[in-house]
Design a protein around this ligand. Structure first.
Ligand SMILES: [Zn+2]
Length: 372
């Protein structure tokens, strides 16, 4: 924009005019630099106070979660563009809805909740969850266990209108979290891949399930089940100072990676490959009926690479007569496949649809829903 100086001004006024305009422009530039965004990360240590979490092998989930959370925060607070907020810094009880409220009030950019798992078997390994509908039975048990803390809260009926033990009440997905799904999945997959690889944990994958604490937040949110306290070896590892240090180091590194992607604006639905989704367990499980999304069918044999499918990973190609059918996703859960269908359509596969299978053979969706 050329600087136009009104000609009726005398020399002195003209100079003053130029000076003031220049000052205004300069301060604008400086203001631009000062505006550098600071990303607010809310770290949520699971349980606390009169809710110890699970106590596998005598270890206390609430203490382990808190120690690792504080260590993650300590590392992150050294990053000048990251602001760390905790939902608790001490051994106190905080209601699940309040944890979300903390994050919502300050308009946090992401929310990370840390927990440890338990099981009657010798199960072990690490999994990262985003909010989804009720997954398979195994996931439901985890969600119920983590949500059952609500029963320890005063006035829980008033705050949730929710019975955490009823399977019906954990069906249904918060619309806001559905909007955040891509970003939540992106964050979850960075965390899951980093921790599994760097710390050699058994991979229990990124999954969707209904965790109340995630439902209360309005930003990308994940919940990490760091490992099983009920497993002797893993419990010992999680309870050790060195195990906690290592966990904290790579959780923090994952968050930094994600924030860097936010900064570069590369967390983008269109350009990004998406991580695998929904119940990884479905593959190996007793569930014989499952759903997939058919995104295309073609006479052409197309390599099932993400770049051929708008970034979608793990495309499956099945030859039927002279055609190839291309499928995305696999889950026994109808709600989750519906959520996936929405995403796939948003990506541009307008005519994608849900296909149902029983023991590997295609059946109609209505038949599949009847049998479930
Ligand atoms: Zn927990």
């Amino acid at each position: 924009m050329p600087l136009i100086v009104p000609s009726k001004f005398n020399m002195k006024t003209k100079l003053l005019y130029i000076f003031v305009v220049a000052l205004f422009l300069l301060s604008g530039i400086q203001f631009g630099f000062a505006q550098k965004k600071v990303y607010t990360v809310v770290l949520d240590a699971g349980h606390g106070g009169h809710d110890p979490g699970n106590m596998g092998n005598g270890y206390k989930e609430k203490n382990i979660a808190l120690k690792i959370t504080l260590a993650v925060g300590k590392i992150l607070s050294k990053e000048k563009d990251i602001n760390v907020i905790y939902t608790r810094k001490k051994d106190v009880f905080v209601e699940l809805w309040k944890r979300g409220q903390v994050a919502n009030k300050i308009k946090a950019d992401l929310f990370v909740s840390l927990h440890c798992d338990s099981h009657t078997s010798n199960a072990y390994g690490l999994g990262t969850f985003v909010l989804g509908s009720r997954g398979n039975r195994k996931n439901l048990e985890i969600a119920k266990r983590e949500n059952s803390v609500i029963l320890l809260e005063k006035d829980y009926e008033k705050n949730y209108n929710y019975d955490p033990n009823s399977p019906e009440s954990v069906i249904g997905l918060s619309l806001i979290q559905e909007e955040n799904l891509d970003q939540s999945l992106q964050l979850a997959s960075i965390i899951q891949n980093t921790l599994v690889k760097k710390l050699k944990r058994h991979n229990r994958h990124v999954k969707m399930d209904n965790f109340q604490v995630l439902r209360e937040t309005v930003m990308p949110s994940v919940l990490i089940e760091l490992g099983f306290l009920t497993n002797k070896k893993e419990g010992r590892y999680l309870n050790s100072a060195s195990g906690q240090r290592a966990m904290a180091k790579y959780i923090a590194a994952s968050i930094v990676t994600y924030v860097n992607q936010l900064k570069l604006n590369t967390v983008n639905v269109k350009n990004n490959t998406l991580p695998i989704v929904v119940d990884a367990e479905t593959d190996k499980k007793e569930e014989e009926i499952f759903f997939k999304i058919q995104i295309a069918s073609s006479k052409r044999k197309i390599a099932t690479k993400p770049y051929n499918f708008k970034g979608l990973k793990k495309i499956e190609r099945v030859k039927v007569a002279s055609y190839y059918k291309y499928y995305y996703g696999k889950t026994a859960n109808y709600k989750n496949i519906q959520t996936l269908l929405k995403r796939v359509r948003k990506k541009g596969y307008q005519s994608a649809f849900i296909a149902a299978f029983k023991n590997g053979a295609k059946i109609s969706v209505s038949e599949a829903l009847k049998t479930k």
